[in-house]
Design a protein around this ligand. Sequence first.
Ligand code: DX5
Ligand code: ZN
Length: 218
Amino acid sequence: MMVKIAPSILSADFARLGDEVEDVRIAGADYIHFDVMDGEFVPNISVGFPVLKSLRKATDLFLDVHLMVDRPLRYVERFCDAGADLVNVHVEADTPENIHAALEKIHAKGKKAGITIKPKTPAEAVLPYLDQVDLVLVMTVEPGFGGQSFMADMLDKVHKIRTWIEEKQLACELEVDGGVDAVTAHACKAAGANVLVAGSAVFNKPDRAAAIAAIRNS
Ligand code: DX5
Ligand code: ZN
């Protein structure tokens, strides 16, 4: 399967974000993964609307926005307006009713919508949304920080969700996020992931083209 590589800006140099993103674009990145943390849903705070808006002006790359934000329904439209191409919301972040509403709001803005599950959340939690989303994101670390170790026991969930996507013949993409590098990427692909997020395994390497190629070809 052809995979897409989505470098996570969390490990980039934020003072030079436009240049960093241009560097990984030239190095072969397919998407840019933009991690938003609110200090409530996860015990960390990253960046939000103004940074996304500036980055949107600096690149044409597909911006995959991962909202690690409590009750994202409040903010999804503003992330669409700020320049997201796809907005991911966590199933754990609100009631099913409000998650459905958030996905609808994203689509009403003409953007793609994704659903995300944390490591302790079973694969089945995505089922109520599967027909409605363009992407499912399976976290392979506890969200909140870059540079953590890959949780290989998440791969069963990836495989299950890939099977459902195929059974239902959906166009939905399947993404993994956390601890993905040139070693762990192989198992992610084998389990059925087609979008691989990698933060430290791309931005912490001096040769980003080699880093992306190593993940893609693992
Ligand atoms: C974790 C973030 C990830 C993170 C991945 O909460 O959602 O996107 O940046 O970083 P690495 O690839 O270093 O594990
Ligand atoms: Zn992420």
